[in-house]
Design a protein around this ligand. Structure first.
Ligand code: NOJ
Length: 755
């Protein structure tokens, strides 16, 4: 019986393909006519699973679900071997043999792991970001994956929120560029087996969770929503992203998962999104926790809002048949979503060959290849932000004695940050190992752990520190050992900061300082009088006022990925000059959060000369300034900017444009990249506008002594914003152009837009 169905639609498929390329609509219509309501609902069920060979408990249940035809997709199951087992169950053991879609959190690499996404954004190198996504797609598809839950493009202005690590920072213009690069890299044309469907997430506004606490509510004006948050999602949609993942949060009182305005009116009708929508993990069922009704009611609400795939909660399969019976939804509503999922499977060619992506030979060649590792090393070096370099302490010489200290200096499991589901830790080097290899025969490097991450073992447990790799040891024994090593060294390199899981989902912090035990270690190392280089690890902007005042050299290395150790050596020892620039502002105090450069003007801004004045918009105990502002990052060389030249001083409202140019010269000794930044400001408008907004950037390579002209085209489109009526307009009048090396170090010229 089952085989006759397979034969039938293979025949149908072949007929259709011969007749007119492939008529997917016709094929899917034909298939759906044969499906029962239950089978259609089964297609909307997306389940997580662990390796099939381990006793994950849930797997047996999932196997049964698959065999029953109750599953449309599974996620985070990896590898040709395991995926083939599940695919075979679906194809050979269900009535209609509909293949499974395999999704996975491929976020910043697969087995070759790139730096955290926030770090990648600091490269301001869209080619590199696209290349990272391309390599991730090649590796993941070779491992049987069709679909990644990336890019995450949530704008975040609050460093307490731990998922700031997964996005591109606080700026929507840069965020949109990163979103486009990632979708392009993952998907290509989606016509070959090494390209993978992308999923833009978390729609929408998840990065604005109140108080920086994960899953929390968002209450936001339309002005802010559309001028500051929506652009990156829209950019991904315009780039043709295949799917959207809905965010956990509520938006102005309606959870995104049940928000018809968001998912249907805005996303589909206004923006023209044609792909499919998945909920986040268990979010359909959790609508009940938002007080939206019982499981049946919330399942109906999610479906009607526009959620096609129910990820992880099994609520659709448990409730929708019944919801149809009692009229909460109709079979036609189910059909719409089912059709979208089947369409995707058809376009991926899974009906022609369900095992298309399951080629063990390919898997062997693609994963963690030499070429992929070289790319990860090169790209990681582009993401390290040089925050301070007093007296040119860096780069270090490749000779002498290096005392490498800190719990992150020799921690294999901590190199790659939190989203590395396919990590093969045993293959990656620690910084200590990479440095020994790098300096072989030139300099001597010795290591001491120096401290635990936190004094409190419970804090380490919460951040999933791997105790079998790094047991919690006696604090003073650790410190004494590190100080002995410091005495031996000519220079101390301290690898300190957040362990990998202190960022990512559900690791929000109310304290953004360096963890206590490590802070004390750093103080003790500085007290030796030896030169100290801090390699600061973090998945977020941290509070670094004290470090900035006391440590001579600071390189912010985020979580640098599987090749991070070698990449750190490339920069530390001067083979590569740092070129990264921050995409989030670094505050002086957690009390400043949410903290971001592109805020709107107030009636009483902080005074310029004296940061505190009574009855102004300032705190009494801390200025409004950043320790390190958005766009900031030093180099081993120096750059000089000529005055800005405009091609004309006024343009007309109706499609006018001008060019702003600046000559940048490398005035130092090292060849290096500089990221030239353009900001605009609309000083008189119908609504309050940000004091400055990034509107252009260019990453230029300059040899020592070389000059290049960098030009930005400024069109009236670039000046548009959503006004009080939500019209997207450019208003005539004066505009300020600011060009420079970071969001504060800028030169300004003005021009007019005339009616
Ligand atoms: C929950 C996370 O919010 C989301 O980003 C992720 O893709 C899913 N879980 C699947 O793992």
């Amino acid at each position: 019986m089952r085989y006759s169905f397979i034969l039938l639609y293979l025949l149908l498929y072949v007929q259709v393909s011969v007749a007119q390329e492939i008529d997917y609509d016709k094929f899917v219509d034909g298939l759906m006519r044969k499906m029962t309501l239950r089978e259609k609902i089964g297609q909307l069920n997306l389940l997580p699973t662990g390796p099939v060979t381990t006793a994950y408990g849930q797997n047996e249940e999932i196997f049964e679900d698959v065999r029953r035809g109750d599953v449309g997709g599974v996620f985070n199951l990896r590898g040709v071997h395991d995926n083939t087992i599940i695919q075979r169950m679906a194809v050979e053991e269900t009535r209609l043999g509909i293949p499974i879609l395999f999704g996975c959190d491929v976020i910043h690499g697969y087995e070759t792991i790139f730096p955290l996404n926030i770090a990648l954004s600091c490269s301001w190198d869209m080619n590199a970001i696209e290349e990272m996504a391309r390599i991730s797609a090649r590796e993941a598809t070779a491992s049987g994956i069709h679909w990644t839950f990336s890019p995450m493009v949530d704008i975040c202005k609050d460093a307490r929120w731990s998922r700031i690590s997964e996005g591109a920072g606080e700026d929507p213009f840069l965020g949109a560029a990163v979103a486009r690069a990632m979708v392009k890299g993952y998907q290509g044309n989606l016509d070959s087996i090494d390209e993978m469907m992308a999923c833009v997430k978390h729609f929408a506004l998840y990065g604005a969770s109140e108080g920086g606490r994960d899953y929390n509510m968002v209450d936001m004006s339309c002005n802010r929503m559309f001028n500051e948050y929506m652009l990156p999602y829209k950019a991904a949609i315009d780039e043709g992203v295949s799917s959207v993942m809905v965010s956990f949060n509520d938006i102005n009182g309606i959870p995104a998962t049940a928000n018809k305005w968001l998912l249907t009116d805005l996303l589909r009708k206004q923006w023209g999104f044609k792909g499919f929508i998945t909920s986040d993990h268990s979010a359909v069922k959790e609508l009940s926790n938002h007080s939206l009704g019982d499981e049946r009611e919330v399942s109906a609400k999610a479906l009607l809002a526009g959620v096609d795939f129910d990820m992880g909660s099994r609520s659709y399969v448990a409730q929708l048949e019944n919801a149809v019976k009692c009229g909460l939804v109709s079979e036609a509503d189910v059909d719409v979503s089912c059709r979208r999922i089947l369409m995707v499977k058809a376009k991926l060619g899974l009906f022609e060959n369900p095992y298309r992506f399951l080629d063990a030979k390919r898997e062997k060649c693609e994963l963690y290849s030499k070429a992929n590792r070289a790319a990860a090393r090169r790209i990681a070096a582009e993401t390290f932000v040089l925050l301070k370099n007093a007296n040119h302490l860096l780069p270090l010489s490749k000779s002498g004695r290096i005392a490498l200290v800190g719990p992150l200096a020799h921690a294999r499991t901590q190199m790659h940050g939190n989203w590395a589901v396919a990590a093969k830790n045993e293959k990656y080097s620690t910084i200590f190992e990479a440095m020994q290899q790098y300096l072989k025969g030139k300099a001597e490097v010795r290591y001491s752990k120096g401290s635990n991450y936190f004094y409190d073992e419970e804090m380490e447990r919460r951040t999933w520190v791997n105790f079998s790799e790094q047991p919690h040891l006696n604090d003073s024994i650790l410190l004494d050992d590190a100080l002995r090593l410091a005495e031996w060294g000519d220079v101390i390199v301290a690898a300190l900061g957040e362990p990998g899981d202190l960022s990512g989902e559900s690791s929000c912090r109310t304290n953004l300082d360096m963890p206590d035990a490590q802070h004390d270690l750093l103080k003790a190392l500085l007290a030796t009088g030896k030169p100290v280089v801090l390699l600061n690890f973090a998945g977020r902007p941290t509070v670094m006022g004290w470090e900035n005042a006391h440590v001579p050299a600071i390189l912010h290395v985020w979580h640098p990925g599987s090749e991070g150790g070698a990449a750190i050596c490339d920069v530390l020892f001067g083979d590569v000059s740092p070129s990264a620039k921050l995409t989030t502002s670094f505050p002086q105090s957690v009390g400043q959060e949410p903290f971001y450069y592109n805020h709107r003007a107030t009636s009483r801004p902080q005074a310029k000369e004296k940061w505190f004045e009574k009855f102004r918009s300032n705190y009494i105990d801390c200025s409004n300034d950043a320790v390190y502002p958005f766009g900031y990052g030093l180099s081993y060389t120096t750059f000089e900017y000529s005055p800005v030249i405009l091609s004309c001083n006024d343009i007309c409202l109706d499609g006018g444009e001008l060019t702003a140019s600046v000559t940048v010269t490398n005035t130092g000794k090292y060849d290096a990249f500089e990221v030239v930044q353009l900001y605009l400001h609309d000083p008189v408008a119908s609504i309050t506008r940000p004091i400055k907004e990034l509107k252009g950037f260019e990453r230029v390579f300059l040899k020592s002594g070389e000059s290049k002209v960098v030009s930005f085209k400024i069109t009236t489109d670039l000046l548009k914003f959503y006004n009080a009526n939500m019209d997207f307009v450019c208003e005539p009048g004066l505009f300020n152009i600011m060009i420079g090396t970071n969001s504060e170090d800028l030169q300004q010229v003005d021009f007019m837009v005339k009616e």
